[in-house]
Design a protein around this ligand. Structure first.
Ligand SMILES: Nc1ncnc2c1ncn2[C@@H]1O[C@H](COP(=O)(O)OP(=O)(O)OP(=O)(O)O)[C@@H](O)[C@H]1O
Ligand SMILES: [Mg+2]
Length: 438
């Protein structure tokens, strides 16, 4: 029975789950000094959330800190990473500098714990979007074995923290094919502006340090001396009463969501709110376990500040596709409004508006009605305007904002008489107001 078993992994990766220093030193040097710093507190709270994903059956995903160089983004990741481990040159923090295949292995190694990926700028723009889905959905690519048989794909559940000078959307736009960021990708990697607005980068409270630079250096040094103990202390408490604790977290999450859900907000917002709620609840649980030296409500307050920053960053609580719908039509009219529309004669009320009638590559028609310009599109041209988005949805969004004329039935298509077409045709009519209104 005393057989000694040595596990030899096929994966030549370093084990990051090491311990150094002590929990008490970690609490004074890191835990106390992050107080009042919302981004750092969110990162730390999220650091404890990984083991709760499975018992709560909530989806994985990430928080991304975006901002200029030397604002403290990597420091935030290092602090959170010190919950789980460290050692080596970069401590617990990994990098985006990997292929999607490489990241599969790394994600699997961080299943149910915390994954920290620094410098999103380093991943290939063509892979960035897919990787966002892959990390959060928890499944690697299905591959065939040597004989063509299906091999089991790698699986994981992970909450990750990321940093970079640019957002996922900006990274993806670097690809020459310029694929649009899907709303689903933005929901999976929640983009938070690193600058907390206090003129000190990511920091808001310096705790007596001479400047943000000194505090950042202190945190880096502290995280390289003390790591690994917080997660062990947290997990010990968690398993003492697993079901009771999971119930407690669920209750905390619900409280956070109820408090912060804006009325009428889109489903994407509530999904992201759930991620913030999970981090907030994990932070509160860690403080109830006396692992984080904070007082009740601290983790909630920090998560709320960051959630508000996310809402401001995305431009409100509408669905991302709704905002994108307006912006694609706006972009099209800005680029082509003067050149690709044939004037519908007869309705021109303002005589000095002369429009060149030699239209090349016509996209639609333009007329002036009640002093307002209106752009008229036939259904096929409308698809071009929508640039890959669902044309019906774009039309409905515009109707909702009164930028599109509706028929008597309230539908977006209306019958119009157009030059060169003997019968009236079903068209989309967009008011030029769309160019003016925010
Ligand atoms: N908010 C800040 N204000 C001033 N200096 C800072 C701030 N944050 C970090 N620094 C300085 O920058 C150094 C690097 O910090 P950190 O690695 O966290 O930066 P970063 O935001 O990740 O930058 P980069 O985008 O270049 O990776 C720190 O050692 C510190 O000297
Ligand atoms: Mg950095």
């Amino acid at each position: 029975m005393n057989e000694r078993v040595i596990f030899q992994s096929a994966v030549p990766l370093d084990n990051p789950y090491r311990c150094a220093g002590s929990l008490a030193a970690w609490q004074t040097e890191i835990g106390e000094n992050v107080l009042g710093n919302s981004r750092l507190m969110l990162a730390l709270s999220a650091g404890f959330a990984g083991p709760l994903l499975q018992p709560l059956s909530v989806e994985g995903g990430g928080f991304h800190f975006r901002g200029g160089s030397s604002t403290g983004k990597t420091t935030a990741l290092q602090i959170a990473g010190s919950v789980w481990g460290g050692g080596g040159i970069n401590g617990y923090v990994g990098t985006w500098r990997a292929t999607s295949n490489g990241l599969e292995g790394i994600a699997a190694l961080h299943c149910d714990t915390l994954l920290c990926l620094d410098e999103i700028g380093q991943i290939d723009a063509r892979e960035a979007g897919q990787v966002a889905y892959m990390l959060s959905n928890g499944q690697g690519k299905a591959r065939a074995g040597r004989g063509g048989e299906a091999r089991k794909a790698a699986e994981w559940r992970v909450l990750f923290l990321s940093s970079g000078e640019i957002s996922l959307a900006q990274k993806m736009a670097e690809d020459s094919r310029n694929r649009r960021v899907m709303a689903g990708q933005e929901v999976r990697i929640v983009d938070i502006v690193a600058d907390a607005g206090a003129g000190m980068g990511i920091f808001e409270d310096l705790h007596g340090f001479t400047g943000p630079d000194a505090l950042a250096r202190h945190f880096k040094a502290a995280a390289s001396r003390n790591y690994g103990h917080p997660s062990i202390a947290f997990l010990k408490k968690l398993v003492e009463d697993q079901s009771g604790n999971v119930e407690r977290v669920a209750e905390l999450m619900k409280a956070f969501q109820e408090k912060n859900m804006a009325a009428g907000a889109d489903g994407q917002v509530s999904r992201v709110l759930a991620r913030f709620a999970l981090a907030a609840a994990a932070g509160e649980l860690a403080l109830e376990f006396n692992v984080l030296p904070w007082t009740s409500g601290d983790a909630f307050a920090a998560a709320k500040t960051c959630f508000d920053a996310w809402i401001v960053g995305r431009g409100g609580t509408d669905a991302a596709e709704d905002r994108e719908a307006i912006s694609v039509v706006r972009r099209f009219l800005e680029a082509h409004g003067a050149s690709r529309f044939e004037l519908v004669q007869g309705d021109l009320e303002t005589p000095d508006q002369t429009i060149d009638t030699r239209v090349i590559n016509r996209a639609g028609f333009v007329r002036v009605r009640n002093g307002e310009r209106e752009y008229i599109f036939l259904p096929e041209a409308w698809k071009e305007v929508c640039a890959g988005m669902d044309p019906g949805r774009v039309a409905r969004v515009l109707v909702g904002r009164s930028f599109m004329l509706t028929g008597a039935d309230g539908k977006p298509q209306t019958k119009q008489r157009l030059p060169g077409i003997s019968k009236s045709a079903r068209c989309y009519v967009v008011s030029a107001d769309i160019l003016a209104d925010d």
